[in-house]
Design a protein around this ligand. Structure first.
Ligand SMILES: Cc1cc2nc3c(=O)[nH]c(=O)nc-3n(C[C@H](O)[C@H](O)[C@H](O)COP(=O)(O)O)c2cc1C
Length: 194
């Protein structure tokens, strides 16, 4: 899918954790809708760290420069894939992201972008996944909040297996517009402060 290149101020660290990026359809469609935006730095964790050996300082450097941190991944067993969990453990370190002196992420915004195989109807009491999707949100939301970040309304793509190309295109465009809106607001706020 092709999108017109766009100028965008501000810096967005997009942490992408797909264990099989070459086989991805939904995640790839969303990613390709935003990755050319100016200011977006994509960190594809499984491509960058196939041996799970995360360069913590490099990751922290990218986060330090960002005003918005995006966590995009397919939902695997009701949560993030293992390399993103490891990234949380290593990168969001005590004394850096939380605890005494740990204010590196304070006041940055955080946007969660999960894709699920289950459609919305599967996420309900008595449905295939037994609970509304909101029940699975708190661990990741609280991870961001614990580090002092502003939690934005997540961009969730349910039923990704059955999503048509057209749906993926529309959802990609909406995601792109959301990041552009965020950058505009961040730029206005920066101008007011200057
Ligand atoms: C190991 C594994 C675990 C999964 N666990 C879930 C799950 O807990 N809930 C769900 O809705 N989908 C689950 N799925 C489906 C993925 O979320 C889905 O395939 C993915 O979001 C599709 O995006 P993609 O086209 O970018 O790969 C799982 C898939 C795999 C391979």
């Amino acid at each position: 899918m092709r999108y017109r290149p766009a100028r965008m101020p501000g810096s967005i660290a997009l942490i992408y954790a797909h264990p099989y990026p070459n086989r991805s359809r939904a995640g790839r469609a969303l990613l390709s809708a935003v990755s050319d935006l100016e200011g977006v730095k994509v960190r594809s964790l499984y491509e960058r760290y196939p041996d799970f050996s995360i360069d913590v300082e490099a990751e922290q450097r990218v986060l330090t420069q960002a005003t918005l941190v995006v966590w995009q991944h397919p939902v695997f067993w009701y949560g993030p894939p293992p390399l993103l969990s490891l990234w949380f453990e290593k990168v969001l370190a005590r004394g850096w992201a939380y605890g005494k002196g740990g204010d590196a992420l304070r006041s940055k915004s955080c946007l969660w972008v999960p894709t699920t195989g289950g459609d919305l109807d599967a996420y309900r009491e008595g449905g295939m996944h037994g609970h509304p999707f909101e029940k699975f949100v708190p661990p990741i939301e609280q991870t961001a909040r614990f580090c002092g970040m502003n939690w934005l309304d997540p961009v969730i793509l349910h039923g990704s297996h059955r999503a048509t190309d057209e749906t993926l295109r529309e959802r990609g465009l909406a995601y792109r517009q959301q990041l552009q809106r965020f950058a505009r607001v961040a730029e206005s706020a920066a101008e007011v402060r200057a």
